[in-house]
Design a protein around this ligand. Structure first.
Ligand code: CA
Length: 228
């Protein structure tokens, strides 16, 4: 799976090498030259990683960081800040505002790539892998194939997304509303009851031949997936 990185930086001389190296590493790279454009892009289509320069036109890096962290859809996106040498206060403030890591300009691109990998892995361990497995279930993010044991299981797109979300969040209990937010995203017309319908379908296909049911219905709370 190719991860999207947004480079928020107003120094064009820095953007080119960053773009080149992150693309070479397999990322899909987008850039924003000021804080306003960045905010637009981030809220419109949240990337998997943000490289954030601190001194930016229009909206500062600190403000941007604060807004990203205060928004439900974007608050978990890893942020690496790019600070100028000697700006100790900026770094402290940045980490307090929720940046995950920082590099000081001028930085080594290899170090930045390594840090990028580390923060992404910390934020969403699953992004590091193409295949998610749990007991005898495996789900391949790249090919969209799902197996239970050695038998392939055919799932509709919603059931696939639902199973993926469960596998990424083993043992956690989610309410129907939370599942709607995460799996159905912004589809406002969907009612909480729809979740039950899709969970039922997922259960039926996943547990064919009396396989163990890993989905737990939690009374008056919602659902969880795991050993239960
Ligand atoms: Ca700058």
């Amino acid at each position: 799976m190719r991860l999207r990185v947004l480079i928020v930086e107003d120094e064009e001389a820095l953007i080119e090498p960053l773009k080149y190296n992150f693309t070479k590493e397999g990322y899909i790279v987008d850039t924003a030259l000021d804080g306003e454009i960045a905010l637009d892009k981030i809220f419109n289509k949240p990337p998997e990683l943000i490289l954030l320069d601190w001194m930016l036109p229009k909206i500062s890096g600190i403000d941007l960081c604060k807004r990203i962290r205060n928004n439900k859809e974007t608050k978990n996106i890893p942020i690496i800040m790019l600070t100028a040498r000697g700006e100790e206060n900026d770094r402290i403030q940045g980490l307090e505002m929720g940046a995950d890591d920082y590099v000081t300009k001028p930085f080594s691109i290899n170090e930045l790539l390594a840090r990028a990998k580390a923060v992404i892995k910390r934020a969403r361990p699953i992004f590091a892998e193409e295949k998610i497995t749990f007991c005898d279930i495996s789900l391949n993010i790249a090919t969209h194939k799902v197996f239970r044991g050695d038998k392939e299981i055919k799932l509709g797109p919603t059931e696939f997304n639902l199973l993926r979300f469960f596998l990424e969040n083993i043992e956690r209990v989610f309410s129907r509303e939370q599942l709607l937010n995460h799996v159905w995203k912004n589809d406002a017309l969907v009612e909480p009851r729809t979740v039950d319908v899709h969970v039922r379908r997922l259960r039926k296909v996943l547990n064919t031949n009396n396989k163990k049911d890993y989905i737990r219905t939690v009374r008056s709370a919602g659902y969880s997936f795991g050993h239960n």
